[in-house]
Design a protein around this ligand. Sequence first.
Ligand code: SF4
Length: 109
Amino acid sequence: MCNGCHGHCCTMPVEIKLSDLIRLGVTDEDEAAAGVKKLSKRLIKEKIIISYRSGTEFFMLSSRPNGDCLYLHPITRLCTVYEKRPDTCREFPKIGPRPGYCPVGPKNK
Ligand code: SF4
C-alpha cells in the first residue's frame, strides 16, 4: 500500500512523547529531569517542536511551511531519522490523529 506514496502520512500532525525526543537525540534524561517546560521552550525556539501540552505530556513535532514533517526528506520523501522515528510513526496508522486513517485512501491512489 505504501509503494509509490510520497509520504503523505508524514504531512499529518505528529504528537510525540519525551522518550521519542530522547531517542531522536534532541535531548536527554538529565535535561528532562531539570524541567520539561524549560526543555520544551528550547525545542520550540530551535523549531523542533511547536508545542507541549503538560496535561497529556505530548509534544507536537514541527513541520515545514508546506506541511512536511521536519524529518521528511524533501526529494526522496523518506524519513531521515527512520531508525529513531517516534512511536507514533512506528504505529501509524493504528495510532495517530485519526486512528486507522491513511491520507492516501483508495480514491487517491
Ligand atoms: S519522523 Fe519520519 S516517519 Fe515520522 S512523520 Fe517525520 S518523516 Fe515521517
